[in-house]
Write a protein that binds this ligand. Structure first.
Ligand SMILES: Nc1ncnc2c1ncn2[C@@H]1O[C@H](COP(=O)(O)OP(=O)(O)OP(=O)(O)O)[C@@H](O)[C@H]1O
Length: 227
C-alpha cells in the first residue's frame, strides 16, 4: 500500500449472471490507483460499465473478484454498517440529477449529511454558509429547490457533497443535466473548491470536453481501463 494513494483497486472484476444463465463480463482485472487530492475522469461508450465501476469504487456495490481500498481500508472486508460509516465520513456523491429534498432550503439540503449523522451544529451551519457563498449561492441559502435554477440546484448538490469534507468525491455525470456553458461554469467552481479542500475526485462522464478538465482521463473500453 502506497500511503499517497487514497484509493486503490486490485484485480477488480465485475460480471452479471443473466436470466439465461450466461455470464455478462463488464470489466476484469482493473488495477487502478488514485493519489490523494488528484482528479480523474472515466469516459466510455454507453453500457461500457462506467457507473458499475463507480458504484464498486464507492462501496455501493460489490465486485465479483478483487478488492477496493480506500484510505488503507479494504472495502470487501467490511460489513454494511462499516461501509455506511466509511461513506458518511470519507466520501461525497454528486449525481446527474441533484436529488435535493424539495421541502428543505438550500442551506438545509447542504446540511442534510450532518443532520442525518446528528452532527449539525453552529460550526456546521457556518461551514455550510461558507461553502454556499464559495459556490456563489450566498444570497440563495433560504431558497427552496423550486426557487433555484438548474445550475444553482447542482451547486447545492455540490455543497451537500463536500459538507463532510470528504476525502473522495464520486461524481456520475454531474453536469449531464446542464447546458454546455452552465456545465463548465459549475465545473469551474467545483474544481476550485475541490482544490481548496484537497479532495480527490472520480468523475464519470460521456463528455470528453468535461473529462479533459480533470488531471487524468481514463477510458473504459472492452472491460479494460486505459489511458
Ligand atoms: N444489475 C444488473 N444486472 C445485469 N446487467 C447489468 C446490471 N447493471 C448493469 N448491467 C449491465 O452492465 C453494463 C454496464 O452498465 P453501466 O450502467 O455500468 O454502463 P455505463 O457505461 O455507465 O452506461 P451509460 O453511459 O449508458 O450510463 C450494461 O450493459 C448493463 O446492461
Amino acid at each position: 500500500m502506497n500511503n499517497n494513494y487514497i484509493l486503490q483497486t486490485t484485480k477488480l472484476s465485475k460480471s452479471f449472471t443473466q436470466s439465461s444463465g450466461d455470464k455478462l463480463q463488464i470489466f476484469s482485472n482493473i488495477n487502478f490507483n488514485l493519489e490523494a487530492g488528484a482528479t480523474v475522469s472515466i469516459v466510455g461508450s454507453s453500457g461500457s460499465g462506467k457507473t458499475s465501476l463507480l458504484q464498486i469504487l464507492a462501496g455501493l456495490d460489490s465486485p465479483t473478484d478483487g478488492y477496493v481500498s480506500i484510505d488503507g481500508e479494504n472495502l470487501q472486508q467490511m460489513n454494511s454498517n462499516q461501509l455506511c460509516q466509511l461513506r458518511n465520513k470519507k466520501l461525497g456523491f454528486i449525481y446527474q440529477f441533484h436529488h435535493l429534498l424539495p421541502e428543505f432550503t438550500a442551506l438545509e439540503n447542504t446540511l442534510m449529511p450532518l443532520i442525518i449523522g446528528n452532527k449539525s451544529d453552529k460550526q456546521g451551519k457556518e461551514y455550510a454558509n461558507y461553502i454556499l457563498s464559495k459556490l456563489g449561492l450566498g444570497k440563495r441559502t433560504q431558497h427552496y429547490p423550486s426557487q433555484l435554477s438548474g445550475g444553482e440546484r447542482q451547486r447545492v448538490a455540490i455543497a451537500r457533497a463536500v459538507i463532510n469534507q470528504p476525502k473522495i468525491i464520486f461524481a456520475d455525470e454531474p453536469t449531464g443535466n446542464l447546458d454546455n456553458t452552465t456545465a463548465h461554469q459549475v465545473l469551474d467552481i467545483f474544481l476550485s473548491l475541490q482544490q481548496e479542500l484537497n479532495t480527490s475526485l472520480i468523475m464519470v462522464t460521456h463528455d470528453h470536453e468535461i473529462a479533459s478538465r480533470t488531471q487524468q482521463k481514463l477510458t473504459l473500453h472492452n472491460g479494460e481501463l486505459a489511458n
